[in-house]
Design a protein around this ligand. Structure first.
Ligand SMILES: NC(=O)C1=CN([C@@H]2O[C@H](COP(=O)(O)OP(=O)(O)OC[C@H]3O[C@@H](n4cnc5c(N)ncnc54)[C@H](OP(=O)(O)O)[C@@H]3O)[C@@H](O)[C@H]2O)C=CC1
Ligand SMILES: CC[C@](O)(C(C)=O)C(=O)O
Ligand SMILES: [Mg+2]
Ligand SMILES: [Mg+2]
Length: 341
């Protein structure tokens, strides 16, 4: 079994006396900055002026431009959108990466795909929570945490591993378990997971199920409950007890349908498609396409996003969720076009 690090395995002292700059105050940024601060770390936030900046000030942080934060920090955690990182790194971070500092990421995309080439005299590592930033924050507040991966790309000081683990502990992840990986493995598995299963696979499965029922004449509200709302309740059981734990709670009829119909829907062809998705990630094709899409101001991303938001399942869902205040996002985790913090 892989070595899993927990709080008791971590030497906190390596973070003592170091200033951490959290660059970006979105989904991950706000969670890291608040958790680090409450764990006793010396934190500053670096972000451009706007909603995120104002929110970071409101949350009680010392907030600077990216360049000012990078200049004063020993540990620089880059929590900007992947597609923005190279530009901001070149303009505001690179010149402040003096010898012996640490450059840190929550996802290996830019380093692995050579968009950012760090200088050879700094530590470079990643601490990647395996969950959305708002849950990194929420679970920390509840006394728990989101598991994380860490990977060392460069260890100049000889302390990179200790520092990565101390960072992971300070954001709450060592309460749940921290595993060592490489930049390559983290980047490729994270991209695969979100595309094939967690986000892309799931939204396509949910929409296909919803459309199949509605096109067959069933009520959209019923299709929403069956194919989307109840999913959380089923996934919660899988989260707590794996597939077996979930199957313990469902009826034997459902379990039989799971066994005989599940593989008819997600069949060998789907697995072939998953392999093709993985190959595009491994070859760098996905990364190249995404970088180019951003260079031309995201025409496809924006068009698909608009079409998705107008799908019938979203309209029905908004109406139904308005009637269920208890499913509303906690605090300010609301869906909005603006800052994701
Ligand atoms: N979302 C997640 O839960 C996870 C993300 N990650 C990784 O974490 C990193 C951050 O992602 P995520 O938290 O989703 O990012 P978000 O999009 O939620 O937040 C980005 C932040 O960066 C700021 N920002 C954007 N562009 C600039 C700029 N040009 N100059 C200065 N600040 C800028 C935004 O400010 P503004 O409000 O002004 O736009 C915002 O505060 C990525 O590497 C991602 O892969 C890893 C695990 C999970
Ligand atoms: C599943 C999506 C994710 O990889 C994540 C929350 O871990 C992301 O990039 O946001
Ligand atoms: Mg992920
Ligand atoms: Mg990801």
């Amino acid at each position: 079994m892989a070595k899993v690090y927990y709080n008791g395995d971590v030497n906190d002292q390596v973070l003592a006396g170091k200033k951490v700059a959290v660059i970006g105050y979105g989904s991950q940024g706000h969670a890291h900055a608040l958790n680090l601060k409450e764990s006793g770390a010396d934190v500053v936030v670096g972000v451009r002026k706007g909603k995120s900046f104002d929110k970071a000030v409101e949350d009680g942080h010392n907030v600077y431009t990216v360049a000012e934060a990078a200049e004063q920090a020993d540990v620089i955690m880059v929590l900007l959108p992947d597609e923005q990182q190279q530009k901001v790194y070149d303009a505001e971070i690179k010149q402040h990466l003096t010898s012996g500092k640490a450059l840190v990421f929550a996802h290996g995309f830019n380093v692995h795909f050579h968009q950012i080439v760090p200088p050879s005299d700094v530590d470079v590592f990643l601490v990647a929570p395996k969950g959305p930033g708002h849950l990194v924050r929420r679970t920390y507040e509840e006394g728990a945490g989101v598991p994380a991966l860490f990977a060392i790309y460069q260890d100049v000081t000889g302390k990179a591993k200790d520092l990565a683990l101390a960072y992971a502990k300070a954001i709450g992840s060592a309460r749940a378990g921290v595993l060592e990986t490489s930049f390559k493995e983290e980047t490729e598995t994270d991209l695969f997971g979100e595309q094939a299963v967690l986000c892309g696979g799931l939204t396509s499965l949910v929409k296909s199920g919803f459309e199949t029922l509605v096109e067959a004449g069933y009520q959209p509200e019923l299709a929403y409950f069956e194919c989307l709302h109840e999913l959380k309740l089923i996934v919660d059981l899988m989260y707590e007890g794996g597939l077996e734990g979930m199957r313990y709670s469902i009826s034997d009829t459902a379990q039989w349908g799971d066994f005989v119909s599940g593989p008819r829907v997600v069949d060998a062809k789907v697995k072939e498609s998953m392999k093709a998705v993985l190959e595009d990630i491994q070859s760098g094709k996905f990364a190249k396409d995404w970088i180019v899409e951003n260079q031309v101001n995201r025409p496809q991303f924006n068009a698909i996003n608009q079409r998705e938001n107008e799908h019938q399942i979203e309209k029905v869902g908004r109406e139904l969720r308005d009637m269920m205040p208890f499913v509303k996002p906690k605090k300010k985790e609301a869906v909005s076009a603006g800052a994701k913090n």
